[in-house]
Design a protein around this ligand. Structure first.
Ligand SMILES: Cc1cc2nc3c(=O)[nH]c(=O)nc-3n(C[C@H](O)[C@H](O)[C@H](O)COP(=O)(O)OP(=O)(O)OC[C@H]3O[C@@H](n4cnc5c(N)ncnc54)[C@H](O)[C@@H]3O)c2cc1C
Length: 565
């Protein structure tokens, strides 16, 4: 029987996964991975932690869970896969089914035949085309080489100031890594907020947290020029003219699909630059598959084509490509809901599905949102705060997206909601979700279920919410609603907004109704630390005839403006 020849271009996440799956399904196939860099199977997502000193052995980024480094020898011995490193594929003859590969050390060119070819060429970082971009001291954090460079920078302790250009996932993780290495960091973000997968109000809380760790954050400002002396970076000039001295700049303004080779081979490329694939991860050539950061993905909720550079997705798509390359088009990739999470010092920030902003952009015009702040487990088990925002379709109750931030177990929340969204569940499905409970792990009603409860209350008209931002705007305007803090005086002494609020503890509220505006149409906004008592106060006031009562969602914990105390 003739052996099937599979060639995989790219040897980091999607490529090796595709090759390994192909091998498991066909012991006889001849499988070759061609990898440009000198390392294989790099855990790119771990680079920030390597740079930040969570561990120092670079091999830990390259090894199996049992500690074996995935080098060509490992691939050959364990998987009978031929892995060519420091070798670049420079051309593809689709008619003859031949790839041209060049060994980057010897310069030797080789032609290899394939029956099925798999593209896993990843993404390349976007670099701003501004003066000074070629100075030394400017890096990205995309490759193992970058990670080694930044690790060395941290070790040498010569650099004192650095700027991170871009406040996305990689920018923020790099910020933490370099801060841990003792470098003073400024993050520069062109948009009004960090982490654009979050809505503004949660992103502002994250920004406060980053600043609390002594990193400087500048939003609404791009970079105009890199400044240097004798070819070395000495600072950056911002679009508003401000100059910041620094010896290191890390560019993290996003990535684009590495599809140049595919384009040159005549494969169809999508509008966002990714290789066009169908649900089988098959390109416009039936014998060529593609997976990972180099492809155009499909958003299950919006039905739109997107670029989704996520490590988990790259692995899943690679598995499908490897399978279909062997057994024909059977395995299906349904698309993505763009679930992601990142570490922000001792906070996490995650999201799944659509933010409010993204939902509106996608044409969901009748949506409801909820912000819920609560500990992730009981106080006696040292519960930590998490703040979630849920977005749902008002008519159908379908869950469209959830974002969550905080020091608590954000990952669990995002995982729960990711499955709910994938399963097309509604708010009503989630209010009785049967989740595991014991105090070390959760509240009796898990934060996710409580979030669904609040949404159900809002959809049923039992609660009218108002955001911190709207409250602040109203208090700054002539409108001045009656702002009611229902916590205890001791809590008020320790922490308060100081914007003209009135303190009436929830326990005393029924006896002190006479202190509230006599006009039953007056706007009253209730809150407490997390607005659970705020909601109860609102129900009391509704029960006594006040009609325009609102709850400030998330309470003081979601208040991202400065407080009096
Ligand atoms: C710092 C950092 C942190 C991240 N954190 C997370 C995270 O926490 N969670 C998450 O989900 N995702 C994260 N990601 C994204 C994730 O790492 C990527 O989505 C994933 O690596 C994509 O895998 P891939 O195989 O498609 O591409 P890549 O990992 O980019 O691999 C592509 C490989 O192909 C090689 N190649 C390209 N062209 C050729 C050629 N012509 N010939 C031979 N070889 C070629 C390249 O050298 C490269 O090694 C992070 C990324 C970075 C950089």
């Amino acid at each position: 029987m003739e052996k099937k020849k599979i060639i995989v271009i790219g040897g980091s996440a999607a490529g090796p996964k595709a090759a390994a799956r192909a091998r498991r399904l066909d012991e006889n196939a001849e499988i070759t991975i061609i990898q440009k860099s000198s390392d294989l199977s790099m855990a790119s997502c771990g680079y920030p932690y390597y740079v930040g000193g969570y561990f120092d052995d670079r091999n830990m980024l390259l090894c199996t869970p049992t500690g074996v480094v995935r080098d060509p020898k490992y691939y050959f011995n364990a998987k009978n896969i031929n892995a060519l490193i420091e070798t670049e594929v420079t051309g593809i003859n689709r008619k003859e089914k031949i790839v041209t590969a060049v060994n980057l050390i010897s310069g030797k060119e080789e032609k290899l035949n394939y029956d099925k070819l798999i593209f896993a060429t990843g993404a390349v970082p976007r670099i701003p085309s501004i003066p000074g971009a070629d100075l030394t001291g400017i890096s990205t954090l995309q490759s193992m080489k970058d990670a080694d460079f930044l690790k060395q920078v941290g070790k040498e302790k010569k650099i004192t100031k650095a700027v991170i250009i871009g406040g996305g996932l990689i920018g923020i993780e790099t910020c933490e890594a370099l801060e841990l290495a003792g470098i003073k960091i400024t993050v520069i973000e062109m948009l009004p907020q960090l982490l654009t997968f979050l809505d503004w109000e949660l992103a502002k809380l994250v920004e406060n947290h980053v600043k609390s760790k002594k990193a400087n954050v500048i939003t609404d400002n791009g970079i105009a020029e890199f400044l240097g002396v004798d070819g070395k970076l000495t600072g950056v000039k911002l679009e508003n003219g401000i100059e910041l001295p620094c010896e290191l700049a890390v560019i993290a303004i996003g990535v684009r699909p590495n599809s140049t080779l595919a384009k040159a081979a005549g494969l169809e490329i999508g509008q966002n630059g990714g290789i066009v694939v169908n649900e089988y991860m098959q390109t416009s050539d039936k014998d060529i598959f593609a997976a990972g950061d180099c492809v155009e993905s499909f958003n299950i909720i919006t039905g739109k084509k997107i670029h989704a550079p996520f490590g988990d997705l790259a692995n899943l798509q690679g598995r499908i490509a490897g399978e279909n390359a062997i057994i024909g088009n059977k395995a299906v990739c349904p698309g993505t809901i763009q679930t992601g999470i990142c570490k922000v010092f001792d906070y996490a920030a995650g999201s799944t599905g659509l933010s409010e902003k993204a939902a509106k952009l996608a044409g969901f015009n009748d949506i409801e949102t909820v912000i819920n702040a609560s500990p992730d487990k009981p106080g006696f088990m040292k519960g930590l705060l998490i703040i979630s925002k849920l977005v749902a379709d008002r008519k159908t109750g379908r869950i469209l997206g959830v974002q969550c931030i905080g020091p608590g177990d954000v990952s669990k929340q995002i995982a729960i909601w990711a499955m709910a969204i994938k399963g097309k569940l509604t708010v009503d499905d989630m209010v009785n979700a049967d989740l595991p409970y014991a105090p070390p792990f959760s509240l009796a009603i898990d934060h996710s279920i409580a979030t669904a409860h609040i949404m159900q209350n809002k959809l049923a008209g039992l609660m009218t919410g108002i955001s911190c931002r709207e409250v602040k705007e109203k208090m700054n305007s002539q409108e001045k609603p009656y702002l009611l803090d229902v916590r205890d005086p001791s809590e008020f002494d320790q922490m308060r907004l100081g914007i003209g609020e009135h303190l009436i503890p929830l326990g005393a509220l029924r006896n002190r109704l006479g202190e509230l505006p006599a006009d039953k149409d007056a706007e009253i906004i209730c809150y407490c630390k997390i607005s659970l008592r705020g909601y109860e106060a609102a129900r009391v006031l509704n029960g006594h005839g006040w009609k325009n009562v609102k709850v400030m969602e998330g309470g003081i914990m979601a208040w991202f403006y400065p407080r009096e105390k």
